[in-house]
Design a protein around this ligand. Structure first.
Ligand SMILES: Nc1ncnc2c1ncn2[C@@H]1O[C@H](COP(=O)(O)OP(=O)(O)OP(=O)(O)O)[C@@H](O)[C@H]1O
Length: 215
């Protein structure tokens, strides 16, 4: 399988401090990788570095074989979805939030059908009635799954996931785990949840910004 993401001896700084140190790993297309480690060990920073949020101060990040310059960051943002712990849905109702990007020029003409909406929600353990709910009333775990549904409708293939199962009951969690079992999706995640970690094929242990182990 093609290497999609490569960190080659990468260091990253923020706020005048080095946060990631000499970090090297490869992610192949279809991989499900998880970063574990204590709070503050740099897990979220790995995901955000790929989105160009933090400057790389040493080493190189590659995406599809190309160094992470401005064009590569644009390419990543086009194909990747970052789902944090409290995604911003950016609309009044869940339906509007799901359909919002399809009003943009880049996605015009790709408006999903009502059936596609219902099917995507169902795959993530969400009832169709959630479409008419106000976004301010949905829970954190529902917001994350709505953001995942939106990414799926947009055809995203690379998912950067920050603790997406931590707020879920068992049934919803199973739906999310099955969703990401799709071999076409590449996943870089941060998680403490044993059920999530058990489904990942690579587990990276971070310790104070460096890689302490991989299994
Ligand atoms: N913009 C920033 N400026 C200064 N320090 C930052 C910045 N962003 C992150 N940090 C620091 O970098 C370290 C790693 O942060 P990061 O959020 O990656 O950790 P984490 O392992 O994901 O933690 P948690 O499990 O608590 O979410 C922390 O000490 C954090 O305070």
């Amino acid at each position: 399988m093609t290497i999609l993401v490569r960190f080659d001896r990468v260091s990253v700084a923020a706020g005048g401090r080095t946060i990631l140190r000499n970090l090297s790993f490869d992610i192949r297309e279809g991989d499900k990788a998880v970063f574990r480690g204590q709070s503050g060990s740099g897990k979220s920073t790995v995901l955000k570095t790929l989105l160009g949020v933090y400057p790389v101060t040493a080493g190189c990040v590659y995406f599809s074989g190309k160094p992470l310059d401005r064009d590569a960051v644009t390419a990543i943002r086009a194909c990747a979805a970052y789902i944090g712990q409290e995604p911003v849905l950016g609309a009044d109702t869940v339906r509007d939030a799901l359909l919002l990007p399809f009003g943009f020029r880049a996605h015009r003409g790709k408006m999903p059908s009502a059936d596609a909406l219902a099917e995507t929600l169902a795959r993530l353990g969400l009832a169709p009635s959630i479409l008419d709910q106000d976004c301010v009333r949905v829970s954190g775990g529902e917001k994350q799954r709505i953001a995942i549904a939106r990414a799926q409708l947009l055809g995203k293939r690379l998912y950067l996931l920050d603790e997406v199962t931590s707020a879920l009951d068992e049934e919803s969690k199973r739906a999310v785990l099955d969703f990401f079992g799709d071999p076409a999706l590449t996943v870089l995640s941060v998680a403490h949840d044993p059920a999530w970690i058990a489904r990942c094929d690579t587990v990276f242990e971070l310790e104070e910004g460096h890689l302490a182990g991989a299994a």
